[in-house]
Design a protein around this ligand. Structure first.
Ligand code: SF4
Ligand code: SF4
Length: 445
């Protein structure tokens, strides 16, 4: 395994003034009330570890694996102390010392080898009906009977054919005979964007990418499917598999460089991938200045999808105009702020502004509290923690009585769909792009 330098935890530990401002909103502290598993506790323990006062034993491993990496603590800390970065780095040391569980190693291997992943999902989609059936809204699959390990949990549907394998690489709506594109009221004079769809959008929630294509078509924007993209690296980063992160970043950077001059932007409709690419890539590469500078050169053209659509196109005006044609009743929705969109990238107004054109927005009690997804380790080895957080969020969503819950993140979608299902809340999740596409189909055909 490649070697990465150990992090300087003491610097952050010394900078922590122990004010406790990070405690009330910490996701893990909120469910177990144990200060050892809180930002202040993590920072203190890591300082003690570097001073060699405590070992990195199994107990410490358990503690550091409980963090959801939601970054709430960073956003409220007066010193903006990077607890999330400390946790990511100690997880690297944990992985070095204790290894990475076999199924996670297989998963990360697949993330680096897309053709194998394509084949794995084909196989999965073929055999899944033996054990699973689709939920009523078709968004998830649920076990036909309680299964060992996953019990009654529901997951995203598996696509036989991934999004990236379902469409040509270059999509020029102007060349098609589609009258909708010719009649479009908001042509963007030959703008072209690439789509970085992310793994969940590629294999589980294909309709997100398809909705983005419909929106781009209405705007008269050409699309390029970035077909050779690989995972952004977030699942491996949160698990401490830095060798996989390094390989994935280098692959994607080189691939983006090969077409960046051809496109006006690269759109990412997923908060976790967006935060990884726009923020964590450059942090990860901070010891490799050449790689960091290559990343920095790409960043001005990379956007979360809603941010780009809201600020760089006339989609808002178009949605406002088509709303006048509405014949059916307006639906209502509530927006969950993915941690990686609001707290890391500061994106929360943009999706609301787009959605408010065609929907009644009902805010839930704490829209920006974490949904409890937490990453691969929480979802597999510590799912009881994810369940507790998800259940709180499902109840907040239920109180709004909205028709839909939405968030620009498929990881939140998987977690919230399961939480809503377990709490028997009958509110459907749709991605903001799916809701925008739905409004277009309802109002503009
Ligand atoms: S990242 Fe989230 S769960 Fe982890 S310490 Fe910070 S607030 Fe708590
Ligand atoms: S808010 Fe920041 S400075 Fe205050 S206890 Fe938490 S980590 Fe330390």
């Amino acid at each position: 395994m490649a070697h990465f330098e150990n992090y300087d935890y003491l610097k952050t530990s010394n900078a922590c003034v122990k004010c406790g401002k990070c405690l009330p909103d910490c996701t893990i502290f909120g469910i177990n009330g144990d200060e050892a598993t809180s930002p202040r506790g993590f920072i203190d323990l890591l300082g003690a570890y570097q001073r060699k006062e405590i070992p990195l034993d199994k107990n410490a491993k358990e503690i550091f694996e409980t963090c959801f990496l939601c970054t709430t603590c960073v956003s409220v800390c007066p010193n903006s102390l990077p607890t999330d970065t400390l946790i990511e780095n100690i997880r690297y040391e944990i992985a070095q010392k204790y290894g990475i569980t076999w199924f996670k190693r297989i998963f990360f291997y697949l993330l680096k080898h897309r053709k194998l992943m394509d084949f794995g999902f084909k196989l999965g989609a073929f055999f899944a009906p033996l054990l699973y059936r689709q939920t009523k809204n078709g968004d998830s699959i649920q076990p036909r009977f309680p299964l060992p390990f996953v019990k009654n949990r529901i997951f995203g549907t598996m696509a036989q054919q991934s999004f990236l394998n379902s469409y040509p690489e270059e999509i020029n709506f102007f060349k098609s005979n589609d009258s909708a594109s010719k009649d479009s009221t908001c042509i963007q004079d030959a703008t072209k964007v690439a789509i970085f769809i992310g793994c969940l959008g590629n294999y589980n929630y294909k309709n997100v990418g398809e909705s983005l294509l419909l929106i781009l078509q209405k705007l008269g924007i050409r699309a390029k499917l970035a077909k050779k993209q690989k995972c952004c690296g977030a699942p491996a980063y949160f698990t401490g598999d830095f060798a996989s992160v390094d390989a994935l970043i280098r692959h994607n950077v080189e691939y983006f460089e090969s077409f960046i001059d051809e496109v006006d932007a690269i759109l990412i409709p997923e908060a976790t991938c967006g935060a990884m690419v726009l923020e964590d890539w450059k942090h990860f590469a901070k010891k490799d200045l050449a790689l960091q500078s290559r990343i920095e050169k790409l960043l001005p053209k990379i956007f979360m999808a809603t941010k780009y659509l809201e600020s760089k196109t006339n989609l808002v005006e178009y949605l406002k105009a088509i709303e006048k044609n509405r014949k059916s009743e307006k639906w209502s929705l509530t927006y969950h702020d993915p941690c990686h969109a609001k707290k890391v990238l500061g994106i929360y107004k943009e999706p609301r502004r787009l959605l408010e054109q065609n929907y009644h927005l009902i805010e839930m009690e704490e829209p920006s509290s974490c949904c409890g997804f937490g990453g691969v380790t929480i979802q597999t080895e510590r799912f009881a923690l994810a369940s507790k957080v998800g259940s709180k969020k499902a109840k907040m969503i239920q109180k709004t009585q909205a028709n839909f819950v939405t968030a620009e993140c498929s990881a939140c979608r998987m977690q919230l769909n399961n939480a809503l299902h377990q709490e028997q809340v009958k509110i459907a999740f749709l991605h903001p792009l799916e809701l925008i596409a739905k409004a277009i189909l309802e109002c503009d055909g």
